[in-house]
Design a binder for this molecule. Sequence first.
Ligand code: ADP
Length: 448
Amino acid sequence: PQASVDVVVVGSGGAGFSAAVSAHDKGAKVIIVEKEPVIGGNAKLAAGGMNAAWTDQQKAKGIEDSSDLMAKDTMKGGRDLNDPALVKVLTTQSKSSVDWLTALGADLKDVGRMGGASVNRSHRPTGGAGVGAHVVQVLYDNAMERKVDLRLNTRGVEILKDKTGKVRGILVKGKYTGYYWIQSDAVVLATGGFGKNNDRVAKLDPKLKGFIATNHPGATGDGLDVAANAGAKLIDLQYIQAHPTLSVKGGVMVTEAVRGNGAILVNREGKRFVNEITTRDKAAAAILKQTGGTAFLIFDDSVRKSLSKINKYIGLGVAPTNPSLEKLGNSLNINGSQLVATIARYNKLVASGKDTDFERPNLPRALNEGNYYAIEVTPGVHHTMGGVNIDSKAEILNAKGMVIPGLFGAGEVTGGVHGANRLGGNAISDIVTFGRLAGANAAAYSKQ
Ligand code: ADP
């Protein structure tokens, strides 16, 4: 072997870094291998927030929540196909994951609303900046402070086991160094999903053939093959989520928090057609049914000011603006006079506190301040819910439901946590909680 450590972590997204930091803090010597030349995976692109219940941040804002309510929302969003034991870990540990990240230096003080949540529980940096980039940066800084050995351009290829089936390390391929093996008693697979691999996606769900994706280039799913070759059982691969709002111009993912903070969706006829903060699967299906398969996110300056992320969309030129709603509509080939009527109706519903048209559960603000904005959106592949089968200790299971000794998994590479549909804000929560768990348990296992 070229190296010998206690724990090898495969993948440098949120799950990988959480695992690496927590394994280190349990006394393990750790190497992270990352196939791409850069860190962060899909995690660094996460824009919405980190769901957590019963947190100090919620309490400071007077929001009442519980891990039970978060579990109920998560199961409902996942069409009850989630593994309840994993949902229990996700939800009961969510507060402690927020506290852990905060102690490592993260700012998760802003709390907003995401689709499918009964209350505001999406934790994000003050002002609503992108949560994923922030969390990855904090974890990276902590890993570097701890002198964790991070090897970029290094692909995990094959898990090595001894005659009894115990993990003994991993064969890797460095872009510049070629193949070599790293000896270790435990390996944490944190290789993410396969949303960027449209061949794989379309084979599992033909409706998604040719869809653009929000994912980073490395989200190809080769980690699933590594796991399967090591005997791991793969579950729920057919559940692939389309994010409802990618900008038609430029393919930029527009975070759900824009709707959570008050934007509405209208069609080309200028009419609302759905509860804007329903779950992602329902919102995506509703948009695809509209004329041309697209819709428009409409908001005003009060929504813009509530979420700093919106300035990025404006900077990228995907959010045309006009002080006149009617002119804005007409310039985009939306029925302008109907759009004016729709917003007037919506503002009346906001004033009444109840959306009797589409049962939208939160109506944070009327749309009547300053300039209006419109972003044309359509769904794109976003998250793959399926993956390796793990138990509530983040141990990877084989086809017989038995633990593969020394092999752990966390994050988008795993299945079961999100059932058939992931709620916005549950990805960062998932990768941090299960990453920590996988890292800590891998460290403990390696010391046995
Ligand atoms: P999660 O959100 O679950 O942490 P991410 O997509 O953020 O997942 O991160 C997964 C990381 O794993 C990505 O940076 C990706 O390039 C990397 N990766 C995927 N497959 C391999 C592999 N076979 N070897 C090393 N790194 C991999």
